[in-house]
Ligand binder design. Structure first.
Ligand SMILES: C[S@@+](CC[C@H](N)C(=O)[O-])C[C@H]1O[C@@H](n2cnc3c(N)ncnc32)[C@H](O)[C@@H]1O
Length: 284
């Protein structure tokens, strides 16, 4: 492919970024042509496109496989076990004890991990819950009382997450030594053990779609995805998350994400550098 052929002119850039926004809410700012060129290059080549107009036509053609591959290619899937560490300390010290206190007798504690990428985040949570329930005391609560729904717009990352298999590099990034015991070596990789895996259900899901089919949750983690959206989309998503939570239900965002100035529907609780958002009675 010649340099000339690969050039992205203003008209195609505009068409492509508007279509990306429609498909997944991702905003691509002015001057970020290189992002499209870089992320779509392999797909452009694999489909023998001869211009970005060809590429755009495929994107709006109803070819669902192409659309799926394009969404996976343009999204950032960066993640790691116990990412940023402190949020997981807050979950252990604050969120889980509060969820236990407000639990209705016999009811499961339901958690939604709303942009779970390749699974390190929900599996971290599952391992944390396994550790924590042992400290709470027999008979009060067990891992079987929890369920985690983990969703992502990318079918490719969901399929990888479902395998529960991680490379040495993926496992060693962020995983505290205490949690080594939850993995088995299989071939050259590390397999998350069945009890950790069975707490998590993975599902492909676009945050722009209606949440009606998902049910209600006691705690929602929606980390490091809202940063890619504009304010309108961000507020719409957090308001719809608000509707899924009971009074006092928790929402956790990524370390660099904040709702300050965007909505007053959540109260905030500060745990060191970590902010927990809490749905409070009367706040709508
Ligand atoms: C940077 S990763 C964050 C993963 C994890 N939450 C963490 O903090 O480590 C962002 C994920 O959001 C997903 N994503 C992007 N747009 C989405 C959308 N509209 N609906 C659902 N997931 C989306 C991407 O596919 C990607 O896997």
């Amino acid at each position: 492919m010649s340099r000339e052929e690969f050039k992205l002119d203003k008209k195609d850039f505009e068409l492509l970024r508007k279509q990306i926004y429609r498909m997944c809410g991702l905003t691509i700012s002015d001057g970020k042509e290189y992002l499209i060129l870089h992320r779509f290059k392999a797909l452009y080549k694999s489909r023998n496109c001869r211009s970005w107009t060809d590429f755009y036509k495929l994107l709006v053609s109803g070819d669902m496989q192409f659309k799926e591959e394009a969404i996976s290619a343009i999204s950032t899937h960066e993640t790691s076990f116990f990412r940023d560490n402190h949020p997981f300390t807050s979950i252990r010290n604050k969120v889980l004890p509060e969820l236990l206190k407000s639990r209705r007798p016999g009811a499961d504690i339901k958690i939604w991990c709303a942009a779970s990428s390749t699974g390190q985040e929900p599996y971290s949570l599952s391992m944390l819950i396994h550790e924590w329930t042992r400290t709470v005391g027999a008979g009060r609560i067990s891992p079987a009382d929890f369920s985690i729904l983990a969703t992502d717009i990318s079918g490719a990352v969901i399929e990888k997450a479902k395998t529960g298999l991680f490379t040495n590099h993926e496992k060693s990034r962020g995983l505290p030594a205490t949690y080594d015991k939850y993995f088995d070596k299989v071939g050259g990789r590390w397999q998350v053990q069945p009890p950790v895996q069975s707490m998590v259900t993975f599902k492909k899901f676009n945050l722009l779609d209606s949440f009606r089919s998902l049910g209600q949750f006691d705690f929602v983690m929606c980390r490091n995805v809202l940063i890619y959206f504009d304010d309108l989309t961000k507020v719409d998503i957090v308001h719809r998350i608000h509707d899924l939570l009971p009074d006092k239900g928790y929402l956790m965002l990524g370390s660099t994400e904040t709702l300050a100035g965007h909505t007053d529907r959540f109260a905030t609780e500060h745990m060191g550098a970590v902010i927990l958002y809490r749905k409070m009675r009367g706040i709508k």
